[in-house]
Design a protein around this ligand. Structure first.
Ligand code: WTA
Length: 643
């Protein structure tokens, strides 16, 4: 496992960056040649960010490959007995599992045959709602093996959210479990899927894996057991499943994510570009060395799980560790115990996890041997300096570089980040763009700021292989969301600043997207749900700084009938219930304030700036309210602010 594209020092980084800007096509084609292709590509890159039908982004079009040959078969010749996947269960008393590359390959092949036997065909969508067990990546890879498009749904989403995603993708197949374990609880996954399927007659087959032995309803003709189906293919005696020949630009998966308007949209990633980009960024950012153990704590239902538990590590033959449980069960030392037990070398987690574990005191860390650690990573939200220093000192013992990795679902892989052992880290800065990434900071007039020091909205000027190609079923929406604000560039939705050394610091979303514990939520999406609740007339949702979660959710709600003081807590609980049912518990507001009216402009637009200031507690710094239709309401809302 030797890749010529692994950067060794700052000079190599500078050289690679230069090449990637002067001749991006050649730069990425050189890297692409280190992977396994069935047929070479016709053209390295076709692209257009503006005009009719935009965006057009095609990398390695005409080239044929299968990502599972690259993630599995390729390694059978070199490292068949190396662990591909280490799985640590929720309950530390249950035995962990290790799957070598040979074993993982066998399991993927067998389950790919199960999918085929159940009628899944190339290009069809398969929803996966399973929890953090090895069968999740096995199911994803089995889809990829036969060219089906997976759509993984985070285990914290409600039945309604599952139904929305199944309908949007017009999926005929669902893969789930009877249940999943989470700390002391058992989540009845199949039963949640059943609630979703009431709305989804398109679903022909549900494959159910046994995990918790939770009682489940199994509908004849539609629902089948994973284990029974496996036995069937085993007795058929044909253990092979040749990899489907896929075009570089065939979709690999859909992953839904929230934006500032409407329902979550299905971000589409395609085969070759995504594979090459996740492999390149994984190997370089974490400076992965052969046989090291890489532990990413993200959920497989988010992009970080897709790119850095599954595809990136496997594409370069790494050992990836996945954990079923939560960081605080049985106690707040669980992550550190796993690091000690499996001698983890590279640990990748979120600032929220760091802050919440540090808040529990150092005693959970002190008695653990963390000497195997070499590199630490952070992802999903800005990391504040205090958390950065705690992470550096308490976990990394002041000897492990921290890679603060900025990127998004739409990007496929890490975009701006320190490169371990190659570039310098700086607290709270994502630092430098990776090779291939050309950031631009825009001023309020939409012009690029070209001075070294700059502050504004972050765009990317040139395509990279891992970027989204479209939003499922609605290409126009992809253009409108990402390419229309600053014509000719991809707009990230993030604000940032650049220091005199060219280091980037991402300051957070500038649109109506919240980032709560690293989970992306649209304010409009939450408002739509609150507005469905009986007695609610209108609502406005904003974020506020939260010491652990990064951002908390603050909802201002106008009701038809006044809510009496003594009824308020029940009314709030009712609204939480509606949100849990329609989106999932992750979208429940931390604070709900019932108000008589909302501050509005003369044209009827809610002035969120004012609501944000109040939620942030900046009562005396609200700014001009004279243009409001109803300035008197501001004092009223200030008085009722929730603490
Ligand atoms: C935020 C997660 C600051 C950012 C991979 C982005 C970050 C959104 C960082 C994407 C970071 C992610 N520093 N902010 N290192 N990483 N973000 O799609 O606002 O779930 O737009 O992808 O998270 O969230 P998503």
């Amino acid at each position: 496992m030797n890749y010529t594209f692994q950067l060794k020092n700052i000079e190599e980084y500078k050289e690679a960056y230069q090449k990637s800007v002067t001749d991006p096509e050649v730069f990425w084609e050189t890297i692409a040649r280190e992977f396994r292709w069935m047929k070479p590509w016709d053209k390295g890159l076709n692209w257009r960010f503006e005009g009719e039908g935009a965006p057009v982004i095609e990398w390695f079009k005409g080239g044929k490959l299968n990502i599972t040959e690259n993630c599995l078969d390729r390694h059978l010749q070199t490292i068949p007995d190396q662990p591909a996947l280490i799985w640590e269960p929720n309950n530390p008393d249950e035995h962990y599992r290790i799957l070598t590359y040979r074993q993982l390959h066998q399991k993927v092949i067998a389950f790919a045959n199960v999918l085929k036997n159940n009628g899944v065909k190339k290009g069809e969508r398969v929803c996966i709602y399973m929890g953090m067990i090895p069968e999740s990546p096995i199911a994803m890879l089995a889809c990829a093996r036969i060219g089906a498009i997976h759509s993984v749904i985070f285990g914290g989403f409600s039945a309604q959210s599952i139904a929305d995603r199944i309908k949007d993708g017009n999926a005929k197949f669902v893969i789930t479990c009877d249940g999943s374990f989470r700390a002391k609880k058992t989540i009845p996954l199949k039963s949640i899927v059943d609630d979703a399927l009431v709305q989804c007659p398109s679903v022909e087959r549900v494959i159910v894996l046994t995990r918790t032995r939770t009682p489940v309803s199994m509908i004849k003709g539609r629902d089948v057991w994973w284990e029974d189906e496996l036995k069937k293919v085993e007795t058929m005696g044909n253990p092979d499943c040749p990899a489907e020949e896929m075009d570089a630009e065939d979709p690999l998966f859909i992953l839904y994510t929230s934006g500032s308007t409407g329902n979550p949209k299905g971000v589409v990633h395609t085969t070759a570009g995504y594979m090459i980009y996740t492999a390149y960024t994984f190997l370089n950012v974490f400076n992965y060395q052969p046989e090291e153990v890489f532990f990413c704590t993200a959920d497989i239902g988010w992009i970080t799980g897709h790119s850095y538990i599954v595809y990136g590590p496997l594409a370069v033959g790494a050992t990836t560790l996945m954990f079923e449980g939560v960081p605080t069960y049985p106690d707040a030392g669980r992550f550190w115990e796993i690091i000690e037990k499996h001698k983890v070398n590279i640990f990748y987690t979120s600032p929220t996890a760091i802050r919440s574990l540090m808040a529990q005191g150092e005693s959970f860390v002190e008695n653990k041997d963390l000497s195997s650690l070499r590199v630490l990573g952070s992802v999903g939200e800005p990391i504040n300096e205090e958390a950065w220093h705690l992470y550096y000192k308490n976990i990394g013992k002041s000897r492990c570089p921290i890679v603060d990795t900025w990127w998004q679902t739409e990007n496929g892989g890490i975009m701006i980040s320190t490169i371990a052992t190659v570039t310098e880290h700086k607290p709270a800065f994502a630092t430098l763009p990776l090779p291939g990434i050309q950031p631009a900071i825009m001023d309020p007039e939409g012009r690029e700021i070209t001075t070294p020091e700059a502050k504004g909205n972050l765009c990317i000027k040139f395509p990279w292989p891992g970027m989204l190609r479209t939003t499922w079923g609605d290409h126009q929406r992809c253009y409108d969301t990402y390419f229309s604000a600053y014509p000719g560039t991809y707009f990230t939705g993030d604000g940032c600043l650049r220091d005199a050394n060219g280091y980037y610091r991402i300051t957070g979303r500038v649109d109506d997207v919240l980032n709560v514990s690293g989970h992306r939520l649209g304010t409009a999406e939450i408002e739509n749900v609150i507005n469905k609740h009986t007695n609610v007339v209108e609502s406005a949702v904003v974020g506020f700084p939260h010491p652990i979660k990064g951002q908390g959710i603050y909802a201002y709600i106008i009701t038809e009938k006044e809510i009496l003081q003594e009824d308020a807590s029940l009314a709030i609980a009712d609204i939480h219930e509606t949100i849990s049912r329609i989106i999932g518990p992750i979208a429940k507001p931390d604070k709900i304030q019932f108000v008589k009216d909302l501050p509005k402009t003369r044209s009827g637009k809610i002035m969120r700036r004012i609501l944000r200031k109040i939620a942030e507690g900046e009562m005396n710094n609200i700014g001009d309210t004279s243009t409001l239709l109803n300035p008197e309401i501001v004092e009223n809302i200030k008085k009722g602010k929730m603490n």
